[in-house]
Design a protein around this ligand. Structure first.
Ligand code: ATP
Ligand code: MG
Ligand code: MG
Length: 383
């Protein structure tokens, strides 16, 4: 298909599913992460690079072997990516500028606000002290969300400040990290859109989906979202505006809040494949992983690639979290329309994403009927 080698910074489950998509098109990939990480386990074509995606030396070593560098995680060293992009030894997609803007959530929020994209109102936490956080409480009211600016994922880095009394426990958890605060978004639903930014700068989108989070971590994704056509379209436009303000090619996860009055606010962006887009593997002609590869390599990606396979295609994705994952996965083998993905991770610690199941059906009611026993099993194991 193409002789260029793609270097992937990060070898977790997203990298693993990128490698799966690459294999089908006979595209070559090399992964930088710890030995035996999920993406490395399924690709023996090349020697991979052992090391950290935040280590400039390891990234330079990867760059030596590749034509295009991309990421499956945003917490990477962008200084070296900036040097590499300037040197034109290797392409970096999306641009280091995009990754650097997104990896600091406060910088990301400021960038979106200055690009005219609606987001939850944010304030920089200038000093991690009770007095300062009380000040923010007076401005925002309670509850408000305290967030780590960097290295946040799966809600690890967020703390709900429900009143002045929760400031001191919040600081106990987050005091050593750079912080910002967000006004509470009283949402009726959380929506997400996967947007692909092609090399020609054109953005195309997958359908608007609904995401359900439990304890700050994504549990379920419903595709398409059960909202009006007007809201779906508004979500798509907002997501494309947000991604259009960035640089370079690739797939982007856009998370947003739908407020009671129909207003939409961006929660955050991811410059890579995203949990809310796993369902595209079974429910769309081209998955988010293949779309990412096609976008960064400038391979054809027509607009019809990202729609649901048929007008009646409906999908629900359930994340398999923590110790119960294997019990639920085995049960899913008996469910009509279900596809199981396990990631090959080590210890199944509480709330760790170990795999997922996607159920595809001809209606949402049918998909809900099929997946309910799996949700019940996951909930029962949690107790
Ligand atoms: P991930 O990257 O895994 O999506 P994260 O650690 O970056 O997660 P966020 O996306 O910032 O965390 O927040 C996780 C969840 O917390 C959101 O999906 C939402 O349910 C809730 N949340 C975040 N910000 C707010 C807010 N301002 N108001 C209300 N709820 C919020
Ligand atoms: Mg995040
Ligand atoms: Mg999030």
């Amino acid at each position: 298909m193409d002789s260029r080698i793609v270097g992937i910074l990060g070898g977790g489950q997203l990298g693993r599913m990128l490698v799966e998509a690459a294999h089908r098109l006979n595209l070559q990939t090399i992964v930088l992460d710890a030995p035996k990480s999920p993406a490395k386990q399924i690709n023996a074509l090349h020697a991979h690079i052992d090391g950290s995606f935040s280590d400039p030396k390891a990234i330079l070593k990867l760059a030596e072997e590749c034509d295009v560098l991309t990421v499956e995680i945003e917490h990477v060293d962008t200084e070296v990516l900036e040097e590499l992009e300037a040197s034109s030894k290797v392409e970096v997609q999306p641009s280091w500028k995009t990754i650097r803007t997104i990896q600091d959530k406060y910088v990301q929020k400021s960038h979106l606000a200055s690009s005219g994209v609606a987001t939850a109102e944010s304030l920089l936490v200038e000093s991690n002290t009770s007095a300062h956080l009380e000040n923010i409480g007076r401005k925002f009211g309670y509850p408000y969300m305290l967030k780590a600016r960097t290295l946040a994922y799966d809600g690890r880095g967020n703390y709900v400040v429900s009143g002045p009394e929760s400031i001191s426990p919040a600081l106990e958890v987050l005091k050593d990290r750079p912080l910002y605060a967000e006004k509470w978004a009283s949402f009726s639903k959380e929506l997400a859109v996967m947007v692909v930014r092609r090399r020609d700068g054109v953005c195309i989108s997958y359908p608007t989906v609904e995401t359900i989070h439990e304890e700050n971590i994504c549990k379920l994704v419903y595709a398409p979202a059960a909202v009006s056509g007007v809201i779906r379209e508004k979500a798509r436009k907002l997501a494309e505006k947000a991604v259009g303000s960035l640089w370079g090619a690739g797939v982007f996860g856009v998370e947003m809040f739908l407020l009671e009055d129909g207003e939409l606010l961006i929660n955050e962006l991811a410059p890579r494949p995203h949990n809310s887009g796993h369902y595209t593997i079974e429910a769309c002609p081209t998955s988010q992983y293949e779309a990412h590869l096609r976008a960064i390599l400038d391979l054809p990606l027509p607009t019809h690639s990202t729609s649901l396979t048929t007008p009646s295609t409906h999908a629900i994705m359930l994340n398999l979290l923590g110790p119960s994952y294997n019990t639920v996965a085995r049960k899913a083998l008996e469910v009509k329309g279900a596809t199981v993905h396990l990631y090959g991770k080590g210890e199944a610690k509480k709330a760790r994403k170990m795999g997922h199941v996607t159920v595809v059906a001809g209606s949402m009611a049918e998909a809900e009927y099929q997946i309910q026993p799996l949700i019940n099993a996951a909930d029962a194991e949690k107790m």
